[in-house]
Design a protein around this ligand. Structure first.
Ligand SMILES: [Zn+2]
Length: 80
């Protein structure tokens, strides 16, 4: 009985950890999704592929790696 109880507690903690993990994954994907939605919106506006700050064209290679980027490399560096 005692063994069963402690086993139950462990798996409950496990489940809670899993739940926390799922929640943080969910938040991560929500953020990513928002970025992608914004990117799609900018494609509609034909602003996609241009830096939001300096208006320079973002290199295609950079867009290929991170399609949702809004800033060119140098403006991004200014933010970091
Ligand atoms: Zn820029």
């Amino acid at each position: 009985m005692l063994d069963q109880q402690s086993f139950g507690r462990v798996s409950r903690m496990d489940a809670m950890q899993q739940h926390e993990l799922a929640k943080s994954n969910y938040r991560y994907y929500q953020t990513q999704l928002k970025e992608v939605e914004l990117a799609i919106k900018r494609m509609d506006d034909e602003e996609y592929g241009y830096c939001e700050e300096c208006g320079e064209e973002i290199p295609a290679a950079r867009l290929a790696v991170k399609p949702e980027v809004r800033l060119c490399v140098s403006c991004q560096q200014n933010h970091e």
